[in-house]
Ligand binder design. Structure first.
Ligand code: NAD
Length: 240
């Protein structure tokens, strides 16, 4: 983390890219985790456009179970440290593949949700957006149309936010990848646009040999150490 702190100090534009691993410390399993949510279903099936259009009721039974698990979760030390890095001026944007809104709840301001969010939807008839709240019945718009989630489901294209994320990574001197297997396309290509990438991920990723710094430890243990090396004990970074 000392090396990473030095890299962050040297970088003029650092962007964070997070994946499911940043939220496992909050009790939300990643897709490759051994237990929990995804034990009952194959995520590729349960969270697909095909599942949604084939059987909306069955789709929403699982979806609202997932939503209620996300609602119960609290941001962990990794989310809080990322928010602090942004507050201190070291991080310009947080690009996340997560759909749990834990970065926003931890205080991150500039969050680019490239896979959408679990907590919003839009009407398939009139396109009106609305919050998605837990329900035991199918969510319907005031116009009567069925609401679909604003999550990027398997089978969907990428949203406009992805283009913004690409621009951010092109601008970046450093992309710090946290808790992502870097196996999900096209998000896994984002760090390649930056001058340098650093990785904190429990398991090896396909890009480890391209990274200037790699840690295979837990993000919620490593990031508080990073804050210490950056002398971030509450004070804001002085802008030059
Ligand atoms: P992934 O499941 O492919 O990989 C997660 C990675 O995180 C793994 O390589 C694992 O080794 C690592 N990891 C697990 N716990 C960690 C920890 N405490 N510290 C550091 N690393 C840790 O996740 P992905 O690459 O983000 O892609 C899967 C897709 O699933 C994404 O599109 C994401 O949107 C979605 N997803 C989201 C959530 C969520 O919103 N919390 C949860 C599961 C899956």
């Amino acid at each position: 983390m000392e090396t990473l702190a030095k890299l962050i100090k040297e970088s003029n534009y650092t962007v964070v890219l997070t994946g499911a691993g940043v939220s496992t410390g909050s009790g939300i399993p990643d897709f490759r985790g051994p237990k929990g949510l995804w034990q009952q279903v194959d995520p590729m099936d349960a969270l697909s456009t095909m599942a949604f259009y084939r059987d909306p009721k069955g789709f929403y039974d699982f979806y609202f179970h997932m939503l209620s698990e996300f609602e119960k979760a609290e941001p962990n030390k990794a989310h809080l440290a990322i928010a602090k890095l942004e507050e201190a001026g070291y991080v310009k944007a947080v690009i996340t593949q997560n759909i749990d809104e834990l970065h926003q709840r931890a205080g991150s301001k500039r969050v680019l949700e490239i896979h959408g969010t679990t907590f919003a939807g839009y009407c398939l008839e009139c396109q009106k957006e609305s919050p998605l709240l837990f329900s035991t019945t199918l969510p319907k718009c005031i116009c009567g149309g069925l609401i679909r989630p604003k999550v990027v489901l398997f089978g969907d294209g990428m949203p406009e936010t992805y283009l913004e994320a690409e621009e951010e990574t092109h601008k970046a001197d450093l992309v710090l990848v946290i808790g992502s297997s870097l196996a999900v396309s096209p998000a896994c290509f984002l760090p390649l646009h930056a001058k340098k990438m650093a990785i904190i991920n429990l398991e090896p990723t396909p890009y480890d040999d391209r990274a200037v710094s790699v840690s295979h430890k837990k993000a919620e243990d490593e990031l508080p150490k990073l804050l210490q090396f950056l002398d971030l004990e509450g004070q804001k970074r002085q802008e030059a």
